[in-house]
Design a protein around this ligand. Structure first.
Ligand code: IFM
Length: 441
């Protein structure tokens, strides 16, 4: 067996990511709480409930674990509906809660990266039509302006909107997210408003904090033609353009490229100090005339690809390489703002983690603009329309007792963070089956 160690640059950020609605609990004033209360919206009728009880104070113990495990950063989000529960109300206690939590991160040596919008909207925004309403970008930016003023002494890295492509796709094309629509026209108008919201928020953050570093987090899905048939390649390319490129490109030149519905959004020009990349998996794409709504593509996972517990993801590290190539192409600093695998038994996650970190290292070596990696997630949390059926945590959680259970992957990630790299010894301990694959003799 080789005795190898691949090293990351000094100062590389290693951490985990979470989101307010998924970990806080008792979020009752947003569109997701309302969605969860409706029948058949969430798998098995699950509810976020008290989630991981961060609002009750358990953020302390989870962040203690993160810090003790060698992490030096944490990505999290704040809940707009708590801070601004109604258009003319500003909740000082919620702001105080977030200030205390962010101070807690800093005291533990975790550099905070704050996401201003992670899927949830206050009910009062949803009641006005959510992101279909042309006013929402301005209302969001007004919120951003005020909250950044309150937190700017504690935070410098800001994500405006998490996965705007997923917000539009799942909320307005598949209907799995609120408001549950399947309406292309609405989806396109929402995409325009999300770009406007991002752009106004970008300028608002910079107005409050000149040296801020602000970006979007894009969910990149690798679309891979399943054969050499040019029609497969065409469908894969078109899906990738719409899903992966639209927001990132609009934040460069203000052009939102949509099929027969281009929009020009001048305020979005050059509104990305960094690119946030969320990567999970890769699809195979076959041309299929019965699927006009998806650029005639039938998407599926490779037959021999390893699947996550519920079959939601396939372990495809080469898709990550492609995602990284795409991200560095924007010539901006890059953060891997999410990457992870739902695996309750933690049988595949250790090798998923090792294989993805190995791909990351290639690109970090070629291009030092990659600044950090956030694993999704620190602890099992509420997985949106999939409820509690999917377990992404380095630490597992019993929803009845709130007890945390350390998974093997947490130990592997801790070694990666502490040693700022990956070694054959780590693989031999946590996932010996991939030693030869990653470090061939
Ligand atoms: O849990 C989500 C997160 O909120 C956004 N990105 C994908 C994760 C896993 O499904």
């Amino acid at each position: 067996m080789a005795n190898a160690f691949i090293q990351f640059p000094k100062g590389f950020l290693w951490g985990t990511a979470t989101a307010a609605h998924q970990v806080e609990g008792n979020n009752t004033n947003n569109n997701w709480a309302a969605w969860e209360a409706q029948p058949n919206k969430i798998k098995n009728g699950h509810r976020s409930g008290i989630a991981c009880d961060w609002w009750g104070g358990r953020w302390r113990e989870d962040l203690d674990r993160a810090a003790a495990a060698g992490q030096n950063t944490h990505r999290f989000s704040i809940e707009w509906s708590r801070i601004q529960p109604a258009p003319d109300q500003w909740d000082g206690e919620s702001v105080a809660f977030y200030r205390e939590m962010i101070k807690g991160m800093r005291e533990r040596g975790l550099k905070p990266m704050l996401t201003l919008h992670h899927f949830t909207d206050p009910l009062w925004i949803a009641e006005r039509g959510g992101w279909e309403n042309q006013e929402t970008p301005k209302l969001f930016a007004a919120f951003v302006s005020r909250i950044v003023d309150e937190l700017k002494d504690l935070v410098e890295d800001w994500v405006t909107i998490n996965e705007p492509n997923v917000v539009a796709y799942s909320g307005y094309l598949t209907g799995d997210f609120p408001p549950g629509k399947q309406d292309m026209k609405a989806a396109f108008s929402v995409m325009g408003n999300l770009v406007r919201g991002h752009a106004l928020a970008y300028h608002a953050v910079h107005a409050a904090q000149k040296h801020a570093s602000v970006g979007l987090a894009i969910n990149y899905r690798s679309f891979h033609p399943s054969t050499s048939n040019p029609l497969d390649a065409w469908s894969a390319k078109m899906q990738s353009r719409l899903f992966n490129d639209t927001f990132a490109r609009a934040a460069v030149d203000g052009k939102l490229r949509l099929p027969f519905a281009n929009q020009h959004i001048p305020e979005a020009v050059a509104t990305q100090d960094f690119l946030g990349l969320n990567y999970y998996t890769r699809d195979q794409v076959s041309f299929d005339l019965t699927r006009p709504g998806q650029f005639f593509g039938r998407n599926y996972y490779r037959k021999d690809a390893e699947r996550s517990t519920t079959g939601f993801l396939a372990n495809e590290p080469l898709g990550f390489r492609e995602a990284l190539k795409w991200a560095v192409g924007y010539a901006k600093p890059v953060y891997i703002t999410e990457n992870g695998f739902e695996d309750d038994a933690d049988t595949i996650r250790p090798r998923y983690l090792a294989q993805h970190i190995h791909q990351l290292w290639h690109y970090v070596n070629f291009n030092s603009s990659i600044k950090g990696y956030y694993h999704w997630s620190l602890v099992d949390n509420f997985e949106w329309e999939r409820g509690w059926t999917q377990r992404f945590g380095l630490w597992g959680m019993d929803t009845q007792t709130q007890a945390r259970v350390e998974r093997g992957s947490a130990g592997l990630f801790a070694q990666i963070c502490r040693q700022n790299g990956l070694s054959t010894a780590m693989l031999a301990q946590y996932c010996p089956e991939v030693v030869e694959k990653i470090f061939p003799d």
